[in-house]
Write a protein that binds this ligand. Structure first.
Ligand SMILES: [Zn+2]
Length: 140
């Protein structure tokens, strides 16, 4: 191989590597934002739960079982609908980061704009599909 060609090839490889690195860096930041959002939402819930526990502490029987079922029950009831929906979206988005599909609209598959992802990194939809979803035109 000619020296110039070799140089060109390694240049392409280097660019590809830099691109992969940039993507990883962005994903690290998205993951951080998502995990903070998750902690923040769960934090609100924990505080509500602690406040509720003071009123319902009525004994010691099967405390662990009770706590486990109460946790699931209270998670359903003490989070507002929008918090619960956000929580699910955040967890799904973290799952997409793990599987490598993060950033693609879960409905139509196109890449979600960076601006939109930075604003709401847990969104499953591109702007067009989000609009359809809001109008009830997407089957979940
Ligand atoms: Zn879409």
């Amino acid at each position: 191989m000619h020296a110039d060609e070799e140089h060109a090839v390694s240049q392409v490889r280097r660019n590809a590597r830099d691109m992969a690195k940039t993507k990883t860096q962005a994903q690290v930041e998205y993951r951080k934002t998502l995990e903070e959002k998750l902690a923040e939402t769960l934090d609100t819930y924990s505080r509500d739960r602690a406040a509720g526990a003071e009123n319902t502490d009525d004994g010691i029987q099967d405390l662990a079982d009770k706590a486990a079922s109460a946790y699931a029950k209270e998670l359903n009831f003490s989070l507002s609908d929008s918090d619960r929906a956000t929580l699910v979206h955040v967890e799904e988005a973290i799952g997409r980061l793990d599987s490598g599909s993060f950033g693609a609209c879960t409905n139509c598959g196109i890449r979600i704009g960076d601006k939109r992802l930075r604003a709401i990194p847990w969104t499953p939809f591109c702007i067009d599909c989000a609009e359809l979803a809001e109008n009830g035109m997407l089957v979940d």
